[in-house]
Ligand binder design. Structure first.
Ligand code: SF4
Ligand code: SF4
Length: 311
């Protein structure tokens, strides 16, 4: 392989970021919909929830805590850096608080809180380039434990997004969605634009298939510590105020590392290993932005097969 180029541009459809369970029925919202979106500050949603992180969000949290991203990842996240650890004091409904929750004062990283926290109780989905906001279920989620919100001012979804300053966080999320696609493009190039698929190789798609059900830890094991660090804790704090630039620089670093590691891959084995590694990178990153690896893998395998690869 002489160079790493974009091979196939395609959009994957589903991404939800927030505490929303993906398989539940959701209520789709218009930006003008008025809802009881004034938070009672009871902190209920900071207990027993799931907050996913992209690398920029992780860097922001670390900067707010004045520690390195690596230290933050190792101390306060699980799933190898793509999910906040909820190992705080037991509180609402007997559930453990987020690692960033301080009893009595609330979120200790408020200005750097991730998009999932800014949006809650809303969720966000990107479908065919369109951003859709929603909440989980048919009943407004805060009513389960924070019924007092009904007495607080109702505001529109658009007003809520402004109030929560989601702008940069949404930009980062979008940028990382594109980054996932760029990584997948490299995996496609390694498989389809080399002699690998042509050789009748089936192992590569079989390994991609296996990855659809792998945990973040298993994906991390596939890529090894060096790639995990490059993926989750890039040293790019100089760009922290500009999420798109941060992500762009991150992708460039990853591409440079790929070029150095397997830009000259020649044998089928080398090409296979590289295509599997890059797909694992894309999938681990996809977990952090709330995409479903299973859907992505199926989608990507279908595309690979329709371009001549075999499973
Ligand atoms: S559940 Fe709703 S009202 Fe209660 S703390 Fe969370 S966002 Fe605020
Ligand atoms: S980061 Fe802050 S707002 Fe988000 S769950 Fe943790 S304590 Fe709550």
């Amino acid at each position: 392989m002489d160079s790493i180029l974009l091979f196939i541009g395609f959009l994957f459809e589903l991404q939800i970021t927030c505490f929303i369970e993906k398989k539940m029925q959701n209520t789709i919202l218009k930006l003008s919909d008025k809802l009881p979106l004034t938070c009672s500050r009871a902190g209920n949603c900071c207990h027993g929830n799931k907050v996913l992180l992209n690398p920029w969000e992780l860097a922001c949290l670390a900067a707010e805590k004045k520690i390195s991203a690596r230290e933050f990842r190792d101390s306060y996240t699980e799933w190898c850096g793509v999910r906040l650890l909820f190992n705080g004091a037991v509180g609402y409904n007997g559930k453990q608080a987020c690692s960033q929750y301080a009893v009595g004062t609330g979120c200790s990283v408020h200005v750097a809180r991730p998009l999932a926290c800014r949006l809650f109780p809303l969720g966000r989905q990107i479908q065919n380039n369109e951003t859709i906001y929603m909440h989980q279920g048919t009943e407004f989620p805060c009513l389960d434990g924070c019924e007092e919100v009904l007495k607080l001012p109702h505001i529109s979804v658009a007003e809520y997004l402004t109030e929560q300053q989601t702008g940069n966080w949404e930009l980062a999320q979008n940028a990382y969605l594109e980054a996932i696609q760029l990584l997948a493009d490299v995996a496609f190039e390694l498989l389809l634009d080399s002699k690998l698929a042509e050789s009748g190789d089936k192992k590569t798609l079989q390994q991609w298939r296996l990855m659809e059900k792998e945990t973040p830890e298993q994906l991390a094991e596939r890529i090894g510590q060096k790639w995990l660090d490059s993926l989750t804790v890039p040293d790019l704090t100089a760009n922290i105020l500009k999420p798109q630039l941060f992500c762009e620089q991150h992708v460039i670093r990853l591409q440079e590392q790929m070029q150095a590691s397997f830009g000259n891959a020649q044998t089928l084995e080398e090409l296979h290993d590289a295509a599997v590694l890059v797909m694992a990178l894309a999938l681990l990153l996809s977990v952090g932005v709330g995409a479903e690896p299973e859907l992505l893998v199926n989608h990507w395998i279908d595309i690979a097969k329709s371009n001549g690869a075999q499973e």
